[in-house]
Structure formats: structure tokens, C-alpha cells
Design a protein around this ligand. Structure first.
Ligand code: ZN
Length: 605
């Protein structure tokens, strides 16, 4: 029985749709309505944020202190200890600490390196509440702090309400009142008196623990005020607790000792696993985490150093944490500190064929290390400025290696990445955190090798560089893998650290072409008619192939069609497909795509 043209066309059109979007529209129609209503229910919940800053709260003294409210928050959420910068980047004091927390960048960007605020760059790197206000002025933002600069200087005038609490009791009372009687969306609370106790007696004094217990009760009052809100059931709260620096055992801070540098991020809220511990989260991540929770998109142009918790992924180097060892030749990190290894992450290798024998064992050639171990091999030699490393990172340190007798020759070691797969895009970006510091003869070079070919220089460091690098490399046509080499040489100079290495590529170039096919009866014979359309922004060459031959079109302009009718010379044909192959040049790369358009069986009888 002959099909009507109308029926045949419908079948052909459905086949063409499937080729483009891979699922029939009709199949999605019913479920999409219920998905939409579920989404609007979710949107009805209010996203709220609270950051509580405990000035001078030393991480190692939190757990031993009587802090049931903080303990409960840690059980509910994540705990991440990390180390701050030290001089010459910045002292471990409140101005840079709170500025780092508020802005999401390190002191070499926000330029607050002490408590004088003489040259801040809050214009380029404003506090996170200012960013939220700029993106969503309807949000109600609130700051209250005991230390004056919190509400007067660090958080800017765009914040809806900025208050000084006078003392921690006053700050807590104001925060509780605002949470109880107002409807704030984003709240920052600064409590100062733990720092006062630290200055008086140090972390070893009983009064320090008592101050931690007292501030825990204030945290409890603030959290209780949230729980008592009439609208609490419809609110999702992100709660963060952090500190700007630690304290020495005898009191005081500002220096480069681990006790002064160690700080923490404790965070609870939607999507944060209960009782989780992370080693890669740092103070700069608080601002982007709050910004994300407030529903505001982070603009890459902001150049933040931090990443929202939900987007922060461990890197390949972090995978060797389980292989970390204690000191061998070193003495200062401490006998029990696990912090270095020459075990490489999967796919990585270290070429030490040019390294002289001997020297400090831990730092012979590239080493994977933690900040806790490596900065403490010797304080005050710039290692503390490696703030953009997270968890385990790679380091080549000719200065420290040279501190033990070795065979003649310079430090010369190459760290070799896996061969990363390429997707066909014409460029790739090698992203990594780097801290390259120079104090003598030294080189640092990055090379790329495509498909195992000869390494080609991508970058040679000639000046100190402490940054999140993004090196763009051109990909030869047809290359399928890229492998990178980080070669460092040095004679008792400083060091090079590398971390967070990843290869990024834009979506592979593609062409968008649709096609439909149908059968028609012409004078008692079946013909197969094909129409292909070029939806790409560039011209394409098309070839249409059926069981009855091939037809080519040298150039089909964007938006134009190619139409052809295949003669079958038959009165009856079975169902089949026409293959449409399109070739064009996208972003300088030749691209070929192929789609099939089906047609139904047809008969003149
Ligand atoms: Zn202080």
C-alpha cells in the first residue's frame, strides 16, 4: 500500500530532529511540566549566609576547648585547616587576615599587609558583601564587628548595615537582634576577645581556653537566633566559622611560625558533607563560597584566588597524601610530621637523570610536599609566600637541597605530566598555581610535547612569579595528546612550586547540519529526496550518500540548503537512510561531521 506523501514527510522530519537533538520533543513534553513546578518550589526557599570570624583563634586549640556549638557545627559540616602567608608577603595580623577572608584574594592582590590599611586595593578586590550588593541589590547585607576596621574599612559602604559592637557581648547582641527581628540575607560577625586572651596569656594560658569557651557560647546564641526565626523552615543557611591568624604559645602573632600561620575554615550548609575534613580549602575560598550560596555568579574577570567549595576539586598531586613521609635529613618540620614524598601521582614522573647524587634527601629533585612540612625546613625564606598551593604540591628547591653535601653540579630536575587527551580544539590552556622565587643562578621552564614529539618551550621564567598561571598553547592539527614538562635548574638559589595543574580546552569545534529525507513517486517509480541545511556560521562542503549514489556540493553557505533527488528506477524501495557529511573550517581547524536522515519504505503498487 502506497504511503501518502504527508505521512512519509512526518517520518522523515522526526528522523531529522532526532539527528539534531537526540531525543524526540514529544517524549519530553509531559515530564518537563512537573520538573518546572518542582524547580519553582525549590526557588521559593531563601538562601542565607552567615560568616562568624573569631579573631586570633588557633585551630589546634579548638578541639581541646569547651566548644560544644563549634563541635556540633563541625559534625554537621566540613573542617579544613590551612596555613597563611607570612612576611614578606604579609604579616600574620588582622588587617590582611580579614581582608583575605572578605575579598577572596591573597595580600599581594588586596594589598593589605598590616593594620595600617595604607594602600588597600578594595576598588579592584572589594569584600564579598559589596560584590553581592552589586549583583543583587535586593539582598539584605549586614556586618557587625568588635574590631573597628571590620565595619569601617574592610567591608565597604555598599553593605546595607555596618555596625560596631564595642565588645563581643555587644557584637553578639546586635547580631542576635538583627537575626531575630530583621530579615538579613548575608551576615558577617567579627568577635575579637579570643585574640585579646591570646595577647594576654598565649595559647598555653588557661584564659585562652576560657575565651574560646566564651566565644562558643556567643556562637551558640547567634545560631539559636537563626533556628528561632519564624521563617527558618523555608531558609537554607550556609554557616562559616573562621579565623584571621593564630597565636604563639606565649602570646602574640604577626610572625612566620606555624602557630601564627595556622588557621581554618569550618562550613556547614547544603551540599557540604557532614563531618568532612579537607586539606585543600583556604581562607580565600570563603568569599566565593558565600557569593555562590547567595546565588551570584562569580565573574572570572574578578580574578579571585578562591574557589567556591562546591566547585573546588582535589588536584592530581593531592592523591599522594597517603604516601607522605616524615623527615630524613631535615630536622625542623618535626619527627612526626608527614609531609614529603617522591612517589608520583598516577601518570606523572620525575626525571632526575641530570641530578647530582647526594644533597638533602627530601628535596633531591622535584618533591611532592605539604606547606606544613616544606615551609618549616627553614622559616623566613619566602616559602610561606606559596599561598596559591593547596594540600600537596610539587616543589623544586635548590637552596634547601644544597644544604647537605652532594656531587658536583647544579640541581636539575624535570617534572613530567601525563599525556593529556586533546579534543580537537586549536588551542589548549595549561592552568597551574606557581611560585617562582630567585636568589641565584636558576631556570624554570615549561615545555609541551604533542603526541610524544620533541618538547617545545612554552614559558621560561625570568622574574619572580607568584600567580595562577594560564599558559595558552597552539595545538597542531590532528594532535591527540599533550604532555608537559616542568624543568628547574638552580645553584643554591630559591625554589619553584607548581600545583593544581590542569589542561583546559574550549569545546571542540563542530558544525551544525540538519537533514531530512523522503520518498516520492514519480511516473510510477520511487525517488529519494534529500534536503540538508547548514546551520553553522561557516560555509560547508556537503556530500549526500544514499543506496542510489552520491551527490556533492562544494560550498553551502550558512543558513542555505542543499537539495537533491536520487533516482532509484524502482517501483518499490525498502526503508533506508541518506548519510550527509559536512566539512568546514572552524577556528582554523578542519572539521567533519556526519548525520543520517531516514526515509520510509515506499511502493508504487
Ligand atoms: Zn591580635
Amino acid at each position: 500500500m502506497p504511503m501518502t506523501k504527508r505521512t512519509i514527510f512526518t517520518v522523515a522530519a522526526a528522523a531529522a530532529s532526532a539527528a539534531l537533538i537526540s531525543a524526540p520533543l514529544a517524549a519530553n513534553a509531559a515530564p518537563s511540566a512537573s520538573v518546572a513546578s518542582a524547580a519553582s518550589l525549590v526557588e521559593a526557599r531563601a538562601s542565607k549566609t552567615l560568616v562568624i570570624g573569631l579573631d586570633g583563634a588557633a585551630f589546634d586549640f579548638l578541639a581541646p576547648a569547651d566548644m560544644p556549638n563549634l563541635d556540633a557545627l563541625r559534625a554537621e559540616g566540613m573542617t579544613a585547616a590551612s596555613n597563611l602567608y607570612a612576611a614578606p608577603m604579609s604579616g600574620t595580623v588582622s588587617g590582611p587576615g580579614w581582608s583575605t577572608i572578605a575579598t577572596g584574594v591573597w595580600p599581594d592582590k588586596h594589598r593589605v599587609t598590616d593594620n595600617s590599611f595604607s594602600n588597600p586595593d578594595y576598588a579592584t578586590y572589594p569584600d564579598y558583601l559589596t560584590r553581592i550588593e552589586a549583583a543583587d541589590p535586593a539582598r539584605d547585607t549586614y556586618v557587625v564587628g568588635t574590631w573597628g576596621p571590620i565595619s569601617q574599612t574592610i567591608f565597604g559602604p555598599a553593605v546595607d548595615v555596618r555596625e560596631a559592637g564595642g565588645n563581643d557581648e555587644g557584637t553578639t547582641a546586635r547580631a542576635v537582634a538583627t537575626l531575630s527581628t530583621g530579615d538579613p540575607d548575608d551576615v558577617f560577625v567579627h568577635l575579637d576577645e579570643v585574640d585579646g586572651a591570646g595577647h594576654s596569656v598565649g595559647t598555653s594560658g588557661a584564659a585562652y581556653g576560657q575565651a574560646l569557651a566564651r566565644v562558643d557560647q556567643q556562637i551558640g546564641q547567634i545560631l539559636d537566633a537563626i533556628e528561632a526565626r519564624a521563617t527558618r523552615a523555608d531558609e537554607d543557611w550556609l554557616i562559616v566559622v573562621t579565623a584571621d591568624h593564630g597565636h604563639t604559645p606565649t602570646g602574640g602573632h604577626g610572625g612566620s611560625t606555624p602557630a601564627e600561620r595556622k588557621t581554618f575554615v569550618i562550613a556547614a550548609g547544603a551540599g557540604i558533607p557532614a563531618g568532612s575534613v579537607r586539606y585543600d580549602v583556604k581562607l580565600v575560598d570563603i568569599a566565593p563560597t558565600v557569593i555562590a550560596a547567595a546565588g551570584v555568579a562569580t565573574d572570572p574577570a574578578w580574578n579571585l584566588d578562591g574557589t567556591a567549595l562546591g566547585q573546588l576539586q582535589p588536584d592530581e598531586f593531592d592523591s599522594v597524601r597517603g604516601a607522605l613521609q616524615t623527615q630524613v635529613d631535615e630536622t625542623r618540620p618535626g619527627a612526626t610530621t608527614l609531609g614529603w614524598t617522591h612517589t608520583t601521582p598516577a601518570g606523572w614522573s620525575i626525571d632526575n637523570s641530570a641530578m647530582p647524587t647526594g644533597g638533602i634527601t627530601e628535596l633531591r629533585g622535584w618533591t611532592f610536599a605539604t606547606d606544613e612540612f616544606w615551609t618549616n625546613v627553614e622559616l623566613g625564606q619566602l616559602r610561606e609566600t606559596s599561598v596559591r598551593n593547596r594540600d600537596v604540591f610539587a616543589v623544586a628547591d635548590s637552596d634547601e637541597w644544597d644544604d647537605k653535601t652532594h656531587a658536583a653540579g647544579q640541581f636539575d630536575s624535570t617534572l613530567v605530566s601525563p599525556a593529556y587527551s586533546l579534543n580537537g580544539a586549536a588551542t589548549a590552556t595549561l592552568a597551574f598555581a606557581t611560585n617562582y622565587q630567585i636568589d641565584g643562578p636558576q631556570t624554570g621552564e615549561v615545555f609541551v610535547s604533542f603526541d610524544g614529539g620533541a618538547p617545545v618551550l612554552v614559558k621560561s621564567y625570568t622574574a619572580a612569579t607568584n600567580a595562577n598561571e594560564r599558559l595558552s598553547v597552539s595545538v597542531p592539527a590532528g594532535a591527540t595528546t599533550a604532555q608537559f614538562r616542568f624543568r628547574y635548574t638552580g645553584t643554591n638559589s630559591y625554589f619553584w612550586t607548581v600545583d593544581g595543574v590542569r589542561l583546559e580546552q574550549a569545546a571542540a569545534p563542530s558544525l551544525e547540519v540538519s537533514a531530512e529525507a523522503e520518498t516520492r513517486l514519480v511516473k510510477g517509480k520511487v525517488v529519494v529526496a534529500v534536503k540538508a541545511t547548514n546551520h553553522s556560521p561557516v560555509p560547508v562542503a556537503l556530500s549526500l550518500t544514499s543506496a542510489y549514489g552520491t551527490k556533492t556540493f562544494a560550498e553551502v553557505q550558512p543558513g542555505a540548503n542543499a537539495v537533491h533527488t536520487f533516482t532509484t528506477r524502482k517501483a518499490s524501495v525498502p526503508a533506508g537512510t541518506v548519510t550527509v557529511q559536512a566539512t568546514g573550517v572552524v577556528d582554523g581547524s578542519p572539521v567533519t561531521v556526519s548525520i543520517d536522515a531516514g526515509y520510509a519504505a515506499a511502493s508504487a503498487h
